[in-house]
Design a binder for this molecule. Structure first.
Ligand code: SF4
Length: 339
């Protein structure tokens, strides 16, 4: 699954950086429509009159910029800071966690001043030394699809390999990981794959890699000695989706993944806010996602708005079956959480 943008915008300042110049020439030579933008934060000219068109066209648009704000957002509880390398992704998952936080045109953004971003990460690490500082590379994006252009993940992995007190992690639904396999990582980067059952992937995760391909990429990552993680999300138990499909998913993972020393699992059940449900129906008018509030429990969230989650009984059932199944099949793994 290779991302090739239909149009690329460059901030003029990107041409002061070797990566900016290289990408400008490369896209022009490949016949991709190239243009300038005054700011990577406000890009005009992406077509799309309806919410669906705007979303689809933005997902084919790449914007290269210089990251000027070098104060990193916190990323609790999973990490200390977000590492801002990219924003958005070419996937079109109906339950994307970015649907309500990115603008109506969620174009992809990548930065050419990677060294400046990493220097700043080094300062954050220094402030917390001797404690470990953990950085999350996918808080606002799936960073893998643009890696073939920027090499940002590779550079970041090598940077963290040299950090005694810094660690890096990211999660992906894509498989373009070959350029990362030979790198010196010193076990300081955890690569996680977001997985779901094949039925859920084909129903809702448009434009992403298949389960089979994600498992193949995960196996390569495991054999390259990286700490490996699986995020099973969102767990959906409505319509034809059953818990036994998730038990089968665990067996499929086991059949493909060797026993590795640093393996972890995260489980996230399906939940939605009223705002997210509205946005999903705008962008995906024919969605079959379960978004009915009546058979859910309302839970107040930490940011002042509530979300609709499964009932306590359903959560208990999911927990008992999936936690037990994971412990049995992966005694070597750490289960980080199930929410
Ligand atoms: Fe969103 Fe991740 Fe899907 Fe991309 S792959 S659309 S970031 S959920």
């Amino acid at each position: 699954m290779t991302f090739v943008p239909h149009r690329v915008y460059f901030e003029k300042d990107t041409l002061n950086y070797p990566l900016g110049r290289l990408l400008f020439e490369r896209f022009k030579a490949a016949g991709v429509a190239v243009d300038y933008t005054g700011s990577h934060n406000r890009v005009m000219g992406i077509p799309g009159r309806t919410p669906q068109e705007a979303y689809t066209e933005a997902k084919k648009t790449l914007v290269l910029g210089v990251r000027r704000t070098l104060s990193f957002q916190t990323c609790k509880p999973s990490a200390h800071y977000q590492l801002p390398l990219t924003t958005s992704c070419p996937g079109k998952c109906e339950y994307c966690y970015l649907l309500t936080s990115l603008p109506a045109k969620p174009y992809l953004r990548a930065y050419v001043n990677i060294e400046e971003i990493l220097n700043r990460a080094g300062e954050y690490i220094g402030q917390r030394r001797p404690r470990l500082t953990l950085f999350e590379g996918s808080a606002t994006s799936d960073p893998v699809p643009v890696e073939r252009y920027t090499g940002a993940l590779a550079r970041t992995i090598e940077f963290f390999a040299g950090q005694d007190c810094g660690r890096f992690r990211f999660v992906t639904k894509f498989t373009d990981v070959d350029s990362l396999l030979e790198l010196k990582h010193h076990g300081h980067t955890t690569i996680r794959f977001s997985l779901n059952t094949p039925e859920i992937i084909s129903a809702y995760e448009h434009g992403t890699a298949s389960l089979k391909d994600r498992l193949e990429a995960a196996e390569k990552v495991a054999r390259a000695g990286y700490p490996l993680g699986f995020m099973i999300a969102p767990i959906i138990l409505e319509g034809n989706a059953t818990l036994s499909a998730y038990q089968q998913l665990l067996r499929q993972i086991r059949s493909r993944i060797p026993v590795v020393p640093r393996l972890s699992f995260e489980f996230i059940t399906h939940r939605f806010t009223r705002r997210a449900a509205k946005r999903i129906r705008e962008v995906f008018p024919n969605t079959r996602l379960p978004l009915t509030e009546t058979n859910r429990r309302f839970k107040f969230g930490q940011f002042g708005y509530g979300k609709y989650v499964y009932t306590a009984e359903t959560m208990e059932e999911i927990k008992s079956i999936l936690v037990a199944g994971t412990k049995e099949l992966f005694p070597e793994a750490e289960i980080k959480y199930l929410v």
